[in-house]
Design a protein around this ligand. Structure first.
Ligand code: NAD
Length: 245
């Protein structure tokens, strides 16, 4: 048995990030739990897992993204895996162009695109040092289809997917960069929203797998991408086959 691997999962106090952390822990990967605000939930999750650490950091802020990575490396002495999961949206009907103003674009891009970029930049020297680093970015079906909670959100996910390909092209052979693109997943984000409830009904009625995704489904796919040692620059859809209809 070699030294256990170390992962950072951004935005992991709830939902998909939380499921990824729990899946990694089950695989013996030591994981850093992160959130910008939900400190209590993050600390509780880290305390429930063997050798996990909680670090509060808003990854849309460059200095805090760097501190997240630096604290990880100070604590564990290495970083093998980065999962860029922290993301946000603002539901805006696509036809309401005026409602998707610059402040909506900036808010979403600051976290989804810049947050992913600057956390990755901070992590690269450490991932490279392991000789087999892995980055997994969390996109969305909205990144490749004309769908999603708003145009700025969908475009931010398309940017993440192209960033995945561009970085995969430059960071090999020491680092692989892949993405996972979930369809509708039941998380605190989607709970209690009419917008998502309508989509959920359609998903249950007409997609091949006839159910909404669970955070564990996405975690399983993230782990698969971490283990896909000859794949880089790929986006894995985790949508129950929704793209087929
Ligand atoms: P969630 O709201 O349950 O979790 C988001 C997490 O990010 C929380 O832990 C929150 O504390 C953290 N966070 C928020 N702002 C942050 C910041 N600035 N810095 C660090 N952490 C921050 O949401 P979720 O549904 O689990 O979504 C996680 C990812 O999955 C997002 O990137 C989202 O776009 C993507 N996604 C979700 C769905 C879905 O249906 N739930 C579908 C496709 C893609």
């Amino acid at each position: 048995m070699g030294t256990p691997r170390v992962a950072v999962v951004t935005g992991s106090s709830s939902g998909i990030g939380r499921a990824v952390v729990e899946r990694f822990a089950a695989e013996g990967i030591r994981t850093v739990v992160n959130s910008a605000h939900s400190v209590e939930a993050g600390e509780k999750l880290a305390a429930s897992l063997p050798d996990a650490l909680y670090v509060q950091a808003d990854v849309s802020d460059e200095e805090q993204a760097r501190r997240l990575v630096a604290t990880t490396v100070e604590h564990y002495g290495r970083l093998d895996i980065l999962v860029n999961n922290a993301g946000r949206t603002r539901p805006v009907p696509h036809a309401d162009l005026e409602a998707a103003g610059p402040e909506v674009w900036r808010e979403i891009f600051d976290l989804n695109v810049l947050g992913t970029w600057q956390t990755t930049v901070a992590a690269v020297p450490h991932l490279r040092a392991t000789g087999s680093g892995a980055v997994v970015n969390i996109s969305s079906v909205a990144g490749s289809r004309p769908a999603g909670s708003s145009v700025p959100y969908a475009v931010s996910k398309a940017a993440i997917e192209h960033m995945t390909r561009l970085l995969a092209n430059t960071l090999g052979p020491e680092i692989r960069v892949n993405a996972v693109a979930p369809g509708l997943v039941e998380t605190p984000w989607t709970a209690g929203s009419d917008f998502f409830a309508t989509i959920a009904e359609r998903v249950r009625e007409s997609t091949p797998l006839r159910r909404v995704g669970r955070p564990e489904d996405v975690a399983q796919a993230v782990l698969a991408m971490v283990g896909a040692t000859y794949s880089t620059g790929q986006v894995l859809l985790v949508d129950g086959g929704a793209h087929l209809i």
